[in-house]
Design a protein around this ligand. Structure first.
Ligand code: DC
Length: 695
């Protein structure tokens, strides 16, 4: 996940790839509860891994379900749930059980209904915020049946105490009334729990007020059907749970991916999965058929937002689908402007606003007043941010019209404010396909975590940047100048990848020594051949593995540094490591530290820094580092060593260490790390177009 203050997405060109979307939260917790109430074992695939589902899983274990997570690394989100067959074990029913449900509303509501009907002693609580989330309408409905539920804190809110009632005492003859105009979750809770007691007779629920969020009730009814329970739905106002209802495990069930999350990848395909060509080895071109494949949700999805597929088709997307996948290609191009009532897909419709940037005229999205009361006033937010890009936008009380920038020159570089709204952030990532080749800045990118923590990583895995547009910041300099520390901090600040090129030479030196190959010119080709066989993996926190072995510490010794310096003087070795270094240049960008990053490896990099410090200072810093690690050393020896290393690095024939002509010089002898990092970031920011555009 990107936890940086902002994320700069370079200009993008095409889309091609497969993405697995996270499971839907609403479906995950419904399926868990239904599996728990069934008899036998249900294998649930693709469960969403989130706080809410973890809370539910823990609660189900407390209720006597067996919960087993798959150990297959390819299916870690598969769970085997063995249910309680609609009955608490007698030992459990006899004692009181305390359930802590965090802030998981999707666990608290349905569990309250189920436990009130199961007949045990329970106390249900959560975090302070949970105790501010109303549950009175549901408790009122359950009390009509005769359920015993008390408020332990404030009237109408958790925490709750539930006590058992004999089945014979439940009043099932009269319809149960529940409000439907505040939240559909209370109705969902009742629909899922009432089959527990609909044994001898039908049980009827009547909705008071106009039912909101029907698509969510649709999901509930569809999932109940999968578990063998058919509920009669009369106009969304009256629901009958039939006598003889019994939860039957489907044995195996896949949790659909979140259909709203799919909308961004559907748009991606419609905008950028175009047919194209690429040069081939014969000097001609080979055609490529680009396609974006979304795994986890298909056009037959039970989620309301799947109807985004129709809207995207209307704009020109070419979409095919199977039971749990969608394949999207560019169809009509430019996209077709549309005029559409979006009331049925309020969340996904925001993605249409982003697609409208690539349409052949003015797109109108109507009946979207609900946007004003979501995470932010989405109508106002979309209008403001689309205008920043150069679009002409009219913001009505309940509609939006979007006319794309008139031509390439009319597109503007924009820093997109995201209002702590995951959907704003995801929508505007699509602006990076602008024909002007401009990068797009997304502020506070971590806000996507609400529904899709890995969104940007998923997007980057399925797109190609405009050639040469993935930025590289080069930080070169002599040994112990602090470039590793500065480079890592700059990379972290920008959310960029990090290339510690020195580590590659250190690894090579170590591998050669271990293989017993002398490090000299005579054996250069042997060492180069060794490189082709090395399996190197870089992990978090500077962890390095060579052929599976953790060598992070081994390559940091003074001896390994010396061997690296020796090995790096061999031209064949340098050549053999070029591709490995180029491969680090990936979206959204790279910070590369070394000796020849700016001069040889990335000569066209947009920012090059040459970081130095006096030999005395560098020896002092290295000494401090070693002493802290408990490694004995003297400053005089260290200084002699690093001067020897400087001299070899600077005077070797191939790629000697020197500042690139266009590098900024930064002497940090008298400067702390923070200031050095701030200086590099400020040089970088001056190269970005965003500030100027907003000014
Ligand atoms: O940055 P470092 O101390 O980890 O580098 C170890 C050696 O590798 C250094 O003495 C020179 C060599 N090196 C190089 O020649 N080119 C690079 N880009 C990086 C390091």
């Amino acid at each position: 996940m990107f936890s940086t203050a902002f994320l700069d997405i370079p200009a993008l060109q095409s889309a091609h790839g497969e993405v697995q979307l996270p499971g839907s939260k609403s479906i995950s917790n419904r399926v868990l509860l239904l599996a728990a109430l069934s008899s036998g074992t249900t294998t649930i695939h693709d469960l969403l891994d989130s706080d809410d589902t973890q809370v539910m899983l823990r609660a189900l274990e407390q209720l006597g379900c067996a919960v087993v997570r798959s150990t297959d690394p390819a299916h870690l989100n598969s769970y085997h749930i063995t249910g309680i067959a609609g009955q608490l074990a007698p030992a459990l029913a006899a004692r009181s059980t305390a359930l802590f449900l965090g802030n998981a509303g999707t666990a608290m509501r349905p569990l309250t209904a189920a436990l009130a009907l199961l007949g045990g002693h329970f106390e249900m609580s959560g975090v302070p915020r949970m105790h501010e989330r109303p549950i009175g309408d549901l408790v009122d409905a359950l009390r009509q049946l005769g359920c015993k539920i008390d408020y332990l804190g404030n009237e109408g809110f958790p925490p709750l105490r539930i006590q058992p009632v004999a089945a014979a005492q439940l009043q099932l003859n009269a319809p149960i009334t529940v409000r439907g105009d505040v939240s559909s979750q209370f109705l969902t809770a009742l629909l899922m729990a009432l089959p527990l007691v609909a044994k001898q007779q039908d049980v009827v629920i009547e909705v008071a007020g106009e039912l909101i969020s029907k698509p969510y009730i649709h999901i509930t009814l569809e999932l109940l059907k999968r578990f063998g329970i058919d509920i009669h739905n009369e106009q969304w106002q009256r629901f009958t749970v039939r006598a003889g209802s019994r939860y039957q495990s489907p044995h195996e069930i896949h949790v659909e991916a979140d259909a709203s999350s799919a909308s961004y990848f559907i748009a991606l395909g419609a905008i950028a999965a175009s047919k194209g060509s690429k040069p081939n080895a014969q000097g001609g071109t080979t055609s490529v058929d680009r396609v974006v494949k979304v795994m986890g949700v298909g056009a037959q999805s039970i989620q309301g937002d799947i109807r985004f597929v129709e809207a995207a088709r209307a704009m020109g997307a070419a979409i095919t689908s199977g039971p749990n996948w969608l394949e999207i290609r560019r169809g009509t191009w430019p996209l077709q402007a549309i005029d559409m009532d979006c009331n049925h897909i309020p969340d996904a419709a925001m993605t249409l606003a982003a697609m409208a940037l690539y349409a052949n005229g003015t797109t109108t999205l109507r009946n979207i007043a609900s946007w004003r009361v979501k995470e932010t006033d989405r109508l106002a937010a979309m209008a403001i941010e689309l205008r920043k890009l150069g679009a002409v936008v009219e913001e009505g009380a309940d509609y939006l019209t979007i006319t794309p920038p008139a031509n390439r020159e009319a597109w503007k570089p924009a820093s997109i404010h995201t209002y702590d709204d995951h959907r704003v952030a995801m929508c505007f990532s699509l602006a990076a396909f602008n024909p002007a080749g401009l990068p797009v800045r997304i502020e506070d990118p971590k806000c996507v975590a609400k529904t899709f923590p890995g969104y940007f990583e998923a997007m980057f895995s399925a797109v190609r940047a405009v050639p040469g547009s993935v930025p590289v910041i080069c930080i070169d300099g002599p040994t112990a100048s602090g470039k590793g520390t500065v480079a890592a901090a700059v990379a972290e600040h920008l959310g960029y990848h990090l290339l510690d090129s020195g580590a590659l030479y250190r690894i090579t030196g170590l591998a050669a020594t271990r293989a017993g190959i002398p490090i000299d010119a005579e054996h250069a080709s042997q060492i180069a051949a060794l490189i082709a066989q090395m399996d190197i993996q870089f992990g978090a926190d500077q962890q390095v593995r060579l052929d599976g072995e953790d060598i992070s510490l081994a390559i940091r010794s003074e001896e390994a540094g010396m061997n690296a310096s020796l090995v790096s003087a061999l031209p064949a070795v340098r050549q053999a490591l070029v591709q490995a270094q180029h491969d680090f240049r990936q979206l959204p960008g790279l910070v590369a530290d070394g000796r020849d990053m700016g001069t040889v490896i990335f000569p066209l990099a947009p920012l090059k820094v040459y970081l130095t410090a006096s030999a005395a200072k560098r020896a002092e810093r290295r000494h401090k580092q070693l002493i802290e690690k408990g490694i004995p050393a003297t400053i005089a020896d260290l200084r002699a060593d690093l001067e020897a290393r400087d001299s070899r690095d600077m005077n070797r024939a191939t790629a000697p260490l020197h500042a690139a002509q266009d590098a900024f010089l930064l002497d940090n002898s008298e400067m702390g790390v923070d200031n050095a990092v701030a200086q590099v970031l400020s040089w970088w920011e001056k190269r970005q177009p965003f500030g100027k555009a907003q000014a």
